[in-house]
Design a protein around this ligand. Structure first.
Ligand SMILES: *Cc1c(COP(=O)(O)O)cnc(C)c1O
Length: 358
């Protein structure tokens, strides 16, 4: 793709920024957004930063009918020294392209996307909250805009980036959640779209989530869609177990989303010389380890919460309470280290941080 000019139109009015203690996830958006169009034959074109505003689309736009869309989620952090840090942002745009490939959406230029994102952050820099645990959540996404009801990949798309100041996921430090093991519904199956970050996977997950919430659980543990035996993910996070001193996470199998937090945790554990294995792991194995007193910790991982400790699993009418329902030592250490690297409070030994001004 050739180098493109990024046009910037600044907003003439500024929105009021929410108080730090009033930040709700994904409810407030900054003054500007990035947008770029695609048309077959012309490619991606007309990249621009404009005031945050509604989109005008035809009711026949293909996104509304067949769900051709992909998205990403990442964060920018403001350090005490007033520097803006991004955590492995190139990984998000590389993954966006893998999702694009699966959904037949034309690929984007990773380097240009990163450049455009940095410019957008510069424009809305004063929206990055500075209080402990807060950050600017960034949502890049692509939608099919061609007005057409035929089933085929669209010939027109929009690539958009919006940003939202977010508070700490946990108000009083990390706290374990209760998880129901899902035995009826599947989020996806191998050969499906589980590896892509696409809205349809989320739409498919809502029913199980709704049912588990009614029984007092905050998320479900997803098993493989074929045998309903092997563990895949927890809610919309990747999942890890600490069993008898070894950390285990399900191996990527085509239906598990390749989390950047997941990859970072594996790299960090290896750096610490903590045994970590990616392999197939069944719910029965986790249950047996629990019965043998060897299930030491379990946690979910993802950009929003970073680490979400699991205090209890409910499976086949039995409650499995892990580590007395308290946050495990390793879960806490991983949380402190990752968030410390992200907000610049501790060193970045594996070179994960991109500074806004780099
Ligand atoms: C985004 C996502 C994750 C976590 O990925 P991160 O890159 O760590 O934020 C895990 N599972 C699903 C289904 C996801 O959509």
């Amino acid at each position: 793709m050739k180098e493109q000019e990024l046009a910037i139109t600044l907003s003439t009015t500024k929105k009021e920024k929410p108080q730090a203690d009033q930040l709700q996830f994904g409810k407030n958006f900054t003054d500007h957004m990035f947008i770029m169009d695609y048309m077959q034959g012309k490619g991606w074109h007309d990249p621009r930063i404009v005031p945050y505003q509604p989109l005008t689309l035809e009711p026949s736009a293909m996104i509304f009918h067949y769900g051709q869309s992909v998205f990403e989620g990442l964060k920018a952090y403001l350090t005490e020294e007033e520097e803006v840090l991004l955590f492995r942002p190139e990984k998000n745009f590389e993954r966006l392209n893998r999702s694009n490939e699966r959904l037949c959406i034309p690929e984007i230029d990773v380097e240009f996307a990163l450049k455009a994102l940095k410019e957008l952050i510069r424009v809305d820099r004063d929206w990055i909250p500075r209080e402990e645990g807060t950050s600017l959540y960034i949502r890049p996404f692509i939608i099919a805009t061609e007005p057409y009801l035929g089933v085929s990949p669209a010939d027109r798309y929009k690539f958009i980036i919006i940003m939202s100041p977010v508070g700490s996921y946990y108000k009083e430090g990390i706290k374990p959640v209760k998880i129901a093991v899902e035995t009826d519904f599947a989020r996806t199956v191998r050969g499906g779209t589980g590896e892509a970050k696409t809205g349809g996977n989320y739409a498919a997950s809502l029913k199980a989530q709704e049912i588990s919430e009614k029984s007092g659980y905050s998320q479900v543990l997803w098993l493989d869609g074929v045998e309903k035996k092997y563990i895949e993910e927890v809610g919309s996070m990747n999942v890890f177990f600490k069993i008898n001193g070894e950390v285990v996470t399900p191996a990527l199998n085509g239906s598990i989303l390749q989390g950047i937090t997941r990859a970072s945790i594996i790299e960090l554990l290896q750096y610490w010389n903590v045994p970590v294995t990616e392999r197939r792991i069944s719910m029965q194995e986790v249950y047996d380890a629990y019965k043998a007193g060897q299930l030491e910790e379990a946690f979910g991982t993802g950009t929003a919460a970073v680490i979400s400790p699991i205090g209890e699993f409910y499976w086949k009418e039995e409650k499995m309470v892990i580590n007395n329902g308290e946050t495990g030592e390793l879960s806490q250490k991983l949380y402190d280290t990752l968030t410390g690297i992200q907000n610049g409070k501790i060193a970045d030994p594996l070179n994960w941080i991109t500074k806004l001004e780099d």
